[in-house]
Structures are given as structure tokens and as C-alpha cells.
Design a protein around this ligand. Structure first.
Ligand code: GDP
Ligand code: MG
Length: 556
């Protein structure tokens, strides 16, 4: 393929506006997959994507299309829409020269439509607006055209109105890709320069790197070097994604494909790395800004004997999801584990679900927190900032875009759900980091009969301390077994007690359950009690089972 006949593009949009469905139609139209009634989001290959009906991983597919006597190679990247996965979108865009910006003809421009448009705009890509779902009864494509003109400054006659579901007008989209998106600017005669923009781990073949070739050619047997590690690897296989891997002899500049070169782990396969030929070094490509985690949670194996398996599962999954940060951590209650950083709560849930489904690992995940910077000075006396309105733009008569500054911990947990229910599902939401702000935060201790439980020390906003402290005390009360003496559970800030619960004294008699005198059953119960004790931790003279910590620390 000559470079003139190659187009690299992504499909971007707000969640559920029809990206993956449009991708299905484009795959069918180009004969990449057979046309059947059953093609539903075929690029959403992961179990978690099929179960939740959302895309969480960008997926590449190479399409061949004949138009006006020429054959074109169109490399399509389908991307996720949810704000938590925008890192996937920005990386995908680095391999593209243009995007299809899909907007639902009924819902119009939403928060991630705006966020994703600006990712493409900043990357200086050609934007083709596609108004989808014109088959819907309430569709109002003309109103959406006006919104697009107003918010993105794109003339309405550039919008293509389609129904991805029924296939209406989809051929126009392919033609616009050829006409309006420029071919990649690359040099095949120069030495190889390839950008690793994504990667997956295969149990048998090791790391499979998704690459976009900016210069040169790469073939099986070539010796390549990672600009990042300077390690030399021999290429075992190259090919295109069709959308499944299909080996090829060579990959040329301008193409998007995959490459396998015996890379074994995440340190050898960095996203954003540049690959070049051995003894032909090149200037590395810019790479990516690393993702900035917003939500942190502790992850521990349910049983410490599972530590190594879980470690390897986390390492492999982070090859495929480089936006997760991993630091070793340990907890007095839960043993050795990790502190993971995620881009949001949905991202955290999806990562956890993928660990279970793709790696068979089950874990304890602690309640998520947001990052704080502690400054020990009287500046904490400064008035805490809640939401501050920054600006307001009317998209049309019925829609307004509001910008606010929020403390992160106010939005990560249930803000999105509350916003949706308040607005009967009409409002949508996106966020970006605005830096650290001073706030009145306090360190809260949990005490058992006056002894601090180190595992449960938390940082909370002053105004929330009472309700959070009360909730922890209540949960602890429910999960602490009664003991021979009364236990006072207290939440305290410094020496001030802000919440209290009491567990009444109780004489625990494990043998009470043995109505008859069955001696083997008695022995069994005594043994079980002894084993249970091993898992207890003593706080003062109070025995706290590991289970109680798990109940208090775990995500609900
Ligand atoms: P994505 O999140 O942007 O990838 O959206 P999907 O492709 O997963 O589609 C979201 C939902 O919208 C699915 O239930 C689709 O069947 C539906 N959908 C997509 N395109 C159309 C369309 O043209 N018309 C109608 N009526 N529904 C559509
Ligand atoms: Mg999708």
C-alpha cells in the first residue's frame, strides 16, 4: 500500500452514542467480518465489556475498502467513552490523523463529547462529525447540527447523519474518511521508528505490542531496540489486526499493527516507547504523558499464600492497562499487598473485575481514597473550599455547560449517580485535575477501649468526620465478636471523641452448640476456634478477627 492510500482514524464519542455499533457496520461494509444480524459491538472483546455493555479498551481493526478504482487501507481504532478511560482515547489518537466524532441525534452534545473533541483538537486531527441514531423517534439531527456548529465551530454541512444500527448512510462515513482525513506523514526510506501505543499480554507469546509506524519498515527476524530500556529484542512476528491478529511479512511506515518480540513484562514493554532497528538509532517519538491516578485503594490477596499469584496477575493486567499505578504496601490487618491508583471508580471496578475474570484472582479491595498533600502548618485554618462555579456556556436553549471547581473526594464516590438522578438522567459529567487546594482535613483515629487501631486511621474533611466516624464505629460494632468484657468503639480527632458504639460483654462458649456429647464434633469446634485465633489481632486486650477489618475496610 502506498502511503497515499492509508487512513488512520479513531471513533470518539460520549458513552452509548454508538461508536462500537458504527465500528460493526464499518467492519461489515468492508467485508472484514461477515454481515449477519448478530454483530453487536464485535470489537468489545473483553468479558467485562460484554457484561457491562461498555468499551473499556481501545481496539484496532484494519479495513480494506475500494473506492473510485483505488484500494484503501483504513486503520480504525474504537475507543471507550467514559471519562475514566480517556487515557485510552488520548493514546489511540497518537496513531491517527483524524477522528469520527459521533453524537447521538437525540441526546446531543454531552460531557465526553466535549472532552474527547478537545483531545482530538489539541492533537490537530481532522474531525468528522457524525450524527447517529437518526432512526430514533425523538431524533433531532438539525438541533444537534446547530450545537456542533456553536460549540466546536464546525459548519453544519460537514455533519453526516446516519443510523449505525440500521446502516443508513454509513458508506458516506467511509468516503468522508478517505476525502477529509489526510494520509499519515511518514518516510518509508528512513530507518524504522515505531510508537508502542498499546499492549496486551499473551500467556504463550509474551507481550503483544500495538505499534504505529512513523518511519521505515519492520520484518520478522529484525533486531529492534527499545528507546526506553535500550534492550535488544528479535522480532518473532509482525502483523495487522483484522480485527484478530493476522501475521504479515512486513509492516510499513503509515501502518498500524502488532509486533511480538519476546518482551516478557511491563518493564520491557512500556506504552509510549519508541522502537528502532539495532545500530540505527533514531530520535524517540514524544510518547505519552503518564496517566494521573485520582482514586487510590489497597489491594490484598484474600489469603497471603496467594500473594505471588496475585502479583503476577496484577503485573500482566497492567501491561494491558498502563493507567494503573502500583506500589507495594502492607497493612497490619490485611498483610502484604499493594496500593493501586486508578483514574476513577469505574476504572477501579473494571480492573478488579478483569483480575477476577481474566486471571482468576480474587482480592480484598479497600475503600477508595483520594490523594492529599499534608502541610503541617496553621494554613489549615483557611476556609475550606467546596464547589466554586467557574463558568457557564449555553449550548442551546435547553442545555447549559457548567464548570465548577470541586474537591476530588466529593465527586469520586457517588457524585455521578446523584447528578444523574437529580437531573432524571439528563445531565452528564466530565472532570479534569485542577491541582491541590487547601482544605480543613483532619486525621481520625478509631479506638478500642482507648487503644488506637492503626489499621483504621483515616483522613477526612472536618465537616464529614462525624458521619464517617459514626459509620465506621457502627460497622465495627456489627463485625466485632462479643468478648468477655465490654468494648468501647470510639472515633476521635485528637483527644476529642466524635462517635461511640459499645459491644456488650458476652461469654463465648463454642461448645454450647454441641447439644449431644459428640466428642469428635467438640474437638472439631475447639480446633476451629484455635485456628480462628491465629487470624486475630490484639488491640490492647481485645481480639479483632481479620474478618472485622475486611468488613470495615472493604468497598461496599
Ligand atoms: P458506544 O458506547 O458509543 O460504543 O455505543 P454502542 O455502540 O455500544 O451503542 C450504545 C447503544 O446504542 C446500543 O444499545 C446500540 O444498539 C444503540 N445504538 C447504536 N447506534 C444506534 C442507532 O443508529 N440507532 C439506534 N436506535 N440505536 C443505536
Ligand atoms: Mg463502545
Amino acid at each position: 500500500f502506498s502511503v497515499e492510500n492509508i487512513r488512520n482514524f479513531s471513533i470518539i464519542a460520549h458513552v452509548d452514542h454508538g461508536k462500537s455499533t458504527l465500528a460493526d457496520r464499518l467492519l461489515e461494509l468492508t467485508g472484514t467480518i461477515d454481515k449477519t444480524k448478530n454483530n453487536k459491538q464485535v470489537l468489545d472483546k473483553l468479558q467485562v465489556e460484554r457484561e457491562r455493555g461498555i468499551t473499556v479498551k481501545a481496539q484496532t481493526a484494519s479495513l480494506f475498502y475500494n473506492w473510485e478504482g483505488k484500494q484503501y487501507l483504513l486503520n480504525l481504532i474504537d475507543t471507550p467513552g467514559h471519562v475514566d478511560f480517556s487515557y485510552e482515547v488520548s493514546r489511540s489518537l497518537s496513531a491517527c490523523q483524524g477522528v469520527l466524532l459521533v453524537v447521538d441525534a437525540n441526546e446531543g452534545i454531552q460531557a465526553q463529547t466535549v472532552a474527547n473533541f478537545f483531545l482530538a483538537f489539541e492533537a490537530q486531527l481532522s474531525v468528522i462529525p457524525v450524527i447517529n441514531k437518526i432512526d430514533l423517534k425523538n431524533a433531532d439531527p438539525e438541533r444537534v447540527e446547530k450545537q456542533i456548529e456553536k460549540v466546536f465551530d464546525i459548519p453544519s454541512d460537514e455533519c453526516i447523519k446516519i443510523s449505525a444500527k440500521l446502516g443508513t448512510n454509513v458508506e458516506r462515513v467511509l468516503q468522508a474518511v478517505i476525502e477529509r482525513i489526510p494520509p499519515p506523514k511518514v518516510h518509508r526510506k528512513n530507518p524504522l521508528r515505531a510508537l508502542v501505543f498499546d499492549s496486551t499480554f499473551d500467556q504463550y507469546r509474551g507481550v503483544i505490542a500495538n505499534v504505529a509506524l512513523f518511519d521505515g519498515v519492520v520484518s520478522k527476524g529484525d533486531k529492534i531496540v527499545s528507546a526506553h530500556t535500550k534492550k535488544i529484542h528479535e522480532v518473532n512476528e509482525v502483523g495487522v489486526l483484522n480485527p484478530n491478529e493476522q501475521p504479515a511479512h512486513k509492516l510499513y511506515a503509515g501502518q498500524v499493527g502488532y509486533l511480538i518480540a519476546g518482551m516478557k513484562d511491563v518493564t520491557e514493554a512500556q506504552i509510549g516507547d519508541t522502537l528502532y532497528l539495532h545500530k540505527q538509532p533514531v530520535e524517540p517519538l514524544p510518547g505519552f504523558k503518564s496517566a494521573k491516578p485520582m482514586v487510590f485503594a489497597g489491594m490484598y490477596p484474600i489469603d497471603q499464600s496467594e500473594y505471588n499469584n496475585l502479583k503476577s496477575a496484577i503485573e500482566k493486567l497492567t501491561i494491558n492497562d498502563s493507567s494503573v499505578t502500583v506500589h507495594r504496601d502492607s497493612s497490619l490487618a490485611l498483610g502484604a499487598g499493594w496500593r493501586l491508583g486508578f483514574l476513577g471508580l469505574l476504572h477501579m471496578e473494571v480492573f478488579n473485575q478483569r483480575l477476577e475474570q481474566e486471571y482468576n484472582a480474587s482480592v480484598i479491595l479497600t475503600t477508595p481514597t483520594v490523594p492529599y498533600k499534608a502541610v503541617l502548618s496553621s494554613a489549615k485554618l483557611i476556609k475550606a473550599r467546596r464547589a466554586v462555579q467557574k463558568n457557564m456556556i449555553f449550548i442551546d436553549q435547553n442545555r447549559v455547560m457548567l464548570k465548577y471547581l470541586f474537591p476530588l473526594n466529593e465527586i469520586v464516590v457517588d457524585f455521578y449517580d446523584s447528578l444523574k438522578s437529580l437531573s432524571s438522567g439528563y445531565a452528564s459529567f466530565d472532570y479534569e485535575d485542577a491541582g491541590y487546594q487547601t482544605a480543613e482535613l483532619v486525621k481520625m483515629d478509631i479506638l478500642l477501649n482507648g487503644n488506637i487501631v492503626e489499621e483504621l486511621i483515616t483522613i477526612v474533611h472536618k465537616d464529614k468526620a462525624h458521619s464517617v466516624g459514626k459509620a465506621i464505629c457502627e460497622r465495627l460494632k456489627d463485625s466485632l465478636p462479643r468478648q468477655l468484657f465490654e468494648i468501647a468503639i470510639q472515633a476521635a480527632i485528637g483527644s476529642k471523641i466524635i462517635a461511640r458504639e459499645t459491644v456488650k460483654a458476652y461469654r463465648k462458649n463454642v461448645l454450647a452448640k454441641c447439644y449431644g456429647g459428640d466428642i469428635t464434633r467438640k474437638m472439631k469446634l475447639l480446633k476451629r476456634q484455635a485456628e480462628g485465633k491465629k487470624k486475630l489481632r490484639k488491640v490492647g486486650n481485645i481480639e479483632v478477627p481479620r474478618d472485622a477489618f475486611i468488613k470495615v475496610l472493604k468497598t461496599q
